[in-house]
Each structure stands twice: as C-alpha cells, then as structure tokens.
Design a protein around this ligand. Structure first.
Ligand SMILES: [Zn+2]
Length: 447
C-alpha cells in the first residue's frame, strides 16, 4: 500500500501516517459556530479536509469523519438578539445555509455531525471528572481548568506558562487561580441559554464541546484532529488538556493538521477585519466547483490569497479539464501520480498539475487518458457534472452577465455618464456582443 505522509503540528514535521487501527480511521474537524453564513476563509478547511477524507477513504476500508456544529456561543446569543429571532431559529437556519454552501463546494457531509447542545450531559460528565481528578475548580459559578495541574500543558502551541500569562489573549479574571486558567463552564442569566448542572444553571465553554463530542464518537484517542491554524491556541491546546486529563491518556489525537489562512491582499480574511467574501456571494457568480478548485490551488498549509479573478481562472482551468475528459471511453483508473501527490501531505497543487498532464494526453486523442482524468478528478471531488451540463451552465451565466452589463449601461445613461455607458458598450463589443437601442429598451445579439 502507498504510504501516506502528513504534517503533524504536534511534531512540527511531516510524518508517515500510522493509524491506530488500519481497519478504521477516525478523524475529527472543528465545525462552524452557526451565527452567520460562512466566508471563503471558513470554506477552506471544509474543502481541504474533504479532500483529506477522500484520500483516506481511497486507502482504508473504513473512515469515520466527525465535524461538529457549535450551536451554543455568546456570538450566537448576540446575533439572535440583534436580529430579534430565537437562538434556535438562528442556529437552525444558519446550519441549513452551511449545508447548502458545503454541498455547492462538493464537500461530502461528515459521517457524524454532532450539535453541541445535544451533548451537554457528556460535557458535564467530563467537567465533573476533571474536578474529581484535581484538574479543575469551581469559582463563582464558573468551572475553570487549572493549567498548572498538567505538567506538559502547551505541547501543541509550544508556549510556556510564562508566555501564556503574558499573552494578550488570555483574559485576566479575579476569580481565576492563575491567569492562564480557562473556562469549562460559566453561569447563564435568565436571558442566556442555560442547563442545570452541579454548579448551577449555566453553559459550557467552547473548548469542552469538542473534547466531549470527539470522545463520544471517536473514543478517547483517535487518528487525526484537523482545523484552521488559528485554532492551535487556545482552542486545540485546551481540547488536548481537557481530554487527556479527563481520560488519563497520553494523547488525544495522534496527528494534528492545520490549514493556513485565506488572505486578501496579504491580510488574513476575517469577520473582524471586514475583508471577507461570503461563499454565497462567490456562488452567485461562479459554479461551486470553480471555487472548490480555486481553494485547491495552494498547498493547504500555505496562505491562499483569494480574489474573484482567482475563481475565474479556476473556472477556465476546469473548462480545460471538462473539454479534455469529454471523449473518455470506458472506466478510468485513478492516477498513481495524482495519488502520490495527495499522499505527500495533501499536495493539491501537484495533484491538479497531474490532472492537466492527463488532459494534455487526452487532447492528443488518448481516450484512456481521458477516462483516467475523469476518474482521478472525481476522486478529488471535481468533474462531477456531465461535460455538456457544465458548458450549458456557462451560457446561462454569460447571458446573466450580459444583462447585468446592459442594466449598468442604462443606469450610466440615466445619470448622463455617457463615458461610462460607451465604455460598457465597447467592452461588450470586444466580447462579440452587439447592442441595439430601440423604443422598447436595449436588445443584444452575438456577432
Ligand atoms: Zn474544536
């Protein structure tokens, strides 16, 4: 069997993948906090870890992929109040929208998608165990994890306790024994969602959710834990602390894989900076498959600079692959070169390059290469439409774009901006579109 190599954040090195049980691979990825539609930065782990799971499924008989839904969070409470809707309505609608976006991106649903609010009991049980074992304490209705009770806390992020205390992100609260201690449980007032617990009515901290849900479905120790780079600290570090201390184990997951940031002009795309593009806004202009392809053009650990032009390029690269695969004959075989690129720490840029190599062979009339191209691309979640349907979608998109341009030209004329109106007409002419202004408006035809 082909050996797989993945970069393990825990070791800061690329390692051969040795599963705990090679008959059953278990993988957990942190899912969305459902208060808003996802942006391109959130879509990157959805697509890249979908590729990872497809690779694992290709090589192993059984894979269980768990990705949670965080449906209790202060951001959710704030948004629901802002919009005047119930928390339940907000989280359910956002979850639905998330599923729509994931499907458009060609990401298969995870095998299990647990919701945090369905696992409060498991969280309470885990917190109770942490208190019993001397790793957590109660203070003013809160329960806190006592960081100095774990000798090797900080292994994943490689931060010392001193650095943690100095860290600006660690909030100092009077009832904490040490500044680095973090919240496992906090009290809820009457307006906040809350559950009865041994420490009064309250709600869980974010980190404990993933510890409880991963253990419920994957066990105390599992193979891969995945997420974005920004989750290494504090989220994943604290998941490890909770899980290992509650279970008395030496590890939580064997491999920790983290994807790099999506950037815009070199800056991290984020809600707080306001420089984000929602996935739905990209999907309004381009097929989801083009966006999926665009997200694969950079190695998952490297930054990916996002632009609509990048998605347009991805679209035309897919046009090339669809054209080349159109004359596929018979069942294709998944290409070894592509598989070894993916097996080498999920090198999607090299895997895509291999698909284009197959396309070049197919374009020389090699029907076998065309079939292999199709089979290989489909393993990556690409070329899933019929070629004819793909190009048909194109014509419809073109028509919509032309109608938009004509509307923009009419608006320019209405505000007497004739320079802009002429510019739009020239642009359309250059694309082979002729406009005729008549009494009933503007009609267009291809020339
Ligand atoms: Zn998590």
């Amino acid at each position: 069997m082909t050996e797989l190599f993945f970069h393990n954040t825990l070791k800061r090195a690329k390692e051969a993948f040795t599963p705990i049980d090679d008959q059953h691979i278990r993988i957990y990825a942190c899912g969305p906090t459902v208060y808003d539609r996802i942006h391109v930065g959130n879509a990157r782990p959805v697509v890249l870890f979908d590729v990872l799971v497809r690779v694992l499924r290709h090589h192993f008989p059984k894979v269980t992929y768990v990705r949670n839904i965080t449906d209790v969070d202060d951001k959710i409470n704030a948004r629901a109040a802002e919009e005047g809707v119930s928390i339940r309505q907000l989280t359910e609608e956002t979850t639905k929208a998330f599923h729509v976006d994931c499907a458009a991106l060609g990401a298969m649903p995870p095998d299990i998608e647990p919701r945090a609010t369905d696992h409060i009991d498991a969280m309470i049980t885990m917190i109770t165990a942490l208190i019993t074992k001397g790793h957590a304490y109660e203070a003013e209705g809160h329960v806190l994890f006592q960081v100095d009770s774990m000798a090797d806390y900080g292994q994943l992020s490689r931060r010392s306790l001193d650095e943690l205390i100095a860290g600006a992100r660690v909030e100092v609260t009077p009832f904490k024994k040490a500044p680095a201690d973090f919240v496992l449980w906090k009290p809820s007032d009457d307006n906040q969602p809350g559950w009865e617990s041994p420490w009064g009515r309250g709600r869980p901290g974010w980190h404990i959710e993933c510890s409880a849900m991963s253990a419920a479905y994957l066990g105390e120790e599992f193979d891969i834990h995945a997420g974005g780079l920004d989750l290494i600290f504090p989220h994943h570090e604290n998941e490890i602390a909770q899980s290992r201390c509650a279970h008395g184990t030496s590890m939580m997951a064997r491999y920790w894989m983290h994807n790099g940031y999506v950037t815009v002009d070199g800056e991290k795309m984020s809600k707080s900076l306001g420089n984000f593009t929602r996935v739905a806004d990209v999907l309004a202009k381009y097929p989801g498959e083009a966006m999926r392809y665009a997200l694969m053009t950079a190695h998952y650990r490297a930054p990916l600079d996002f632009s609509m032009a990048g998605v347009a390029e991805a679209k035309s690269a897919l046009d090339t692959l669809y054209r080349a695969s159109a004359n596929a004959e018979g069942d294709g075989k998944v290409d070894d070169g592509m598989l070894s690129a993916l097996g080498d720490d999920l090198n999607t840029p090299n895997a895509l390059a291999r698909l284009h190599e197959l396309a070049r062979q197919a374009n020389k009339g090699d029907a076998k290469a065309a079939a292999n191209l199709k089979a290989s691309a489909q393993m990556m979640g690409l070329l899933l439409s019929e070629s004819s349907a793909w190009f048909q979608g194109d014509a419809a998109d073109d028509d919509a774009a032309i109608n938009d341009a004509i509307a923009a030209r009419n608006e320019a004329k209405a505000r007497k901006d004739y320079g802009e109106a002429d510019r739009i007409r020239d642009e359309l002419t250059a694309q082979g579109i002729a406009l005729e202004d008549g009494p009933d408006g503007t009609i267009w035809r291809r020339i």
